[in-house]
Design a protein around this ligand. Structure first.
Ligand SMILES: Cc1cc2nc3c(=O)[nH]c(=O)nc-3n(C[C@H](O)[C@H](O)[C@H](O)COP(=O)(O)OP(=O)(O)OC[C@H]3O[C@@H](n4cnc5c(N)ncnc54)[C@H](O)[C@@H]3O)c2cc1C
Ligand code: FES
Length: 263
């Protein structure tokens, strides 16, 4: 997917903002124009009001959009000051958002696809799974987290009705006891795939990319980097490439062909 020509500053209003897991919040924001423009795998840069010293916007992916209602569903983890203040935005409060940013998933028709997410990487992976299922593909989804309280996305993945859904936790508190890569190995033994998509901790995505490459399957990975400007001007979001050199996560990504990344 090419970068959208409609990267703009939009207003948004909080429709709901609730804690749905341990330090995991589900934000539904109303921003009708942006909701129409966003494509799965793209992200947006939110300004959280309330602290003039904190000028850096927060890059966030989304799980779903509702063009009719004009809303965007975001899942985010509270990890620092910006996301803590975001978690305190109440229904009806407003701010601005820049988007749609970056290149999303390449959603192409084909055979069976495997979607693998770790932790807060789940929202864009569920969005990818939905888009792939809409292309008529069979889609298996693996969603993993450290523990049950940090898992999100099972209901959404099952609602696709497009294939297997496997939940994993590192501590065994829900689903399969183990890592997403172990679940992926079991699925690779049972099914033929022509596409893997993944988002999550870098170490997990490196493992997923290695398994996909070993099996000869194309793999797309959505990467996370610190982002200062969000529009290609500062180089804080550089991604090292296997062939040498760097690409920017905000402009060239966040979705990359996993075989091109120097993991
Ligand atoms: C393209 C993209 C999409 C993202 N989508 C989501 C999402 O859907 N849900 C979600 O919860 N988070 C997502 N993130 C991560 C999110 O942007 C950061 O967690 C957030 O900016 C942290 O802000 P803060 O002020 O709360 O934390 P800070 O106080 O700035 O930092 C707290 C901790 O988080 C780390 N951190 C800060 N920014 C980032 C970053 N951009 N990437 C990785 N680690 C970071 C810092 O190193 C530090 O350890 C995404 C990041 C990118 C680049
Ligand atoms: S965040 Fe500045 S170049 Fe990507």
């Amino acid at each position: 997917m090419q970068p959208s020509s409609k990267v703009h500053l939009y207003d948004f209003e909080v429709a709901s903002n609730d804690e749905v897991g341990e330090k995991i919040f589900r934000l539904v924001m109303r921003s009708p124009e942006l909701a129409r423009e966003l494509r799965p795998g793209q992200f947006m840069n939110l300004a959280v009001p309330g602290d003039a010293s904190h000028i850096v916007r927060i890059p966030l992916s989304f799980a779903s959009t509702d063009a009719e209602a004009g809303t965007i569903e975001i899942l985010y983890a509270v990890v620092g000051e910006g996301t803590r203040r975001l978690s305190e935005m109440h229904v009806g409060s407003t701010s601005t958002v820049v988007g749609p940013c970056g290149n999303g998933w390449k959603v192409v028709p084909g055979g069976r696809a495997l979607c693998v997410a770790g932790g807060i990487g789940a929202p864009p992976v569920v969005a990818a799974a939905r888009a792939l299922a809409n292309e008529g593909r069979e889609v298996d989804v693996v969603l993993g987290a450290q523990m049950a309280a940090k898992l999100w996305g099972e209901a959404d993945a099952r609602a696709l009705g497009a294939g297997e859904v496997v939940m994993t936790t590192d501590d065994g508190s829900y689903g399969m006891h183990g890592f997403t890569t172990q679940a992926m190995e079991a699925l690779l033994a049972r099914h033929e795939y022509d596409l893997v998509v993944t988002c999550g901790p870098a170490v997990m995505m490196a493992g997923v990319a290695r398994l996909a490459e070993g099996a000869g399957i194309a793999c797309q990975a959505s990467l996370e980097r610190m982002m200062t400007c969000g529009f290609g001007a500062c180089s804080t979001c550089n991604v090292a490439m296997r062939a040498g050199g760097y690409k920017s996560c905000c402009m060239d990504g966040p979705v990359f062909d996993a075989s091109e990344v120097a993991w």
